[in-house]
Design a protein around this ligand. Structure first.
Ligand SMILES: [Zn+2]
Ligand SMILES: [Zn+2]
Length: 115
């Protein structure tokens, strides 16, 4: 297989490139979460601090339109990072985010408001 070394070379280059992108994305994610949580790395609703659960929430629930109007917002972390952390976003944990998506407001807030 005379071409194998070339193939390996390109595959390695590609893997290298993917790793660079991955590391960059991890950096963006950390910077974005740090900024929007005021360095606390906690959910803005319930205080969950598991980093893996952190998600970006569009405060006005307009995430879907946002992604349609601006395809570059599909990767929200690089989008926010490159724009210098615009307003209108917060960090929520996965639970609070999906609850807010479903009800318009996280169930924690709904219970709190009905007390
Ligand atoms: Zn939460
Ligand atoms: Zn909540």
């Amino acid at each position: 297989m005379p071409h194998a070394p070339f193939r390996d070379y390109y595959r390695e280059r590609k893997e290298e490139k993917n790793n660079v992108i991955k590391i960059k994305m991890m950096k963006y994610r950390r910077a974005v979460i740090r900024h929007y949580t005021n360095n606390t790395f906690k959910c803005n609703c319930c205080g969950e601090d598991q980093y893996d659960f952190m998600t970006v929430d569009h405060i006005n629930n307009d995430g879907k339109e946002h992604r349609i109007n601006e395809p570059s917002a599909a990767n929200i972390y690089s989008y926010l990072f490159r724009r210098g952390f615009p307003e209108g976003y917060q960090i929520l944990c996965w639970n609070c985010n999906s609850s807010k998506n479903k009800n318009g407001e996280c169930i924690h807030k709904i219970i709190e408001n009905n007390k």
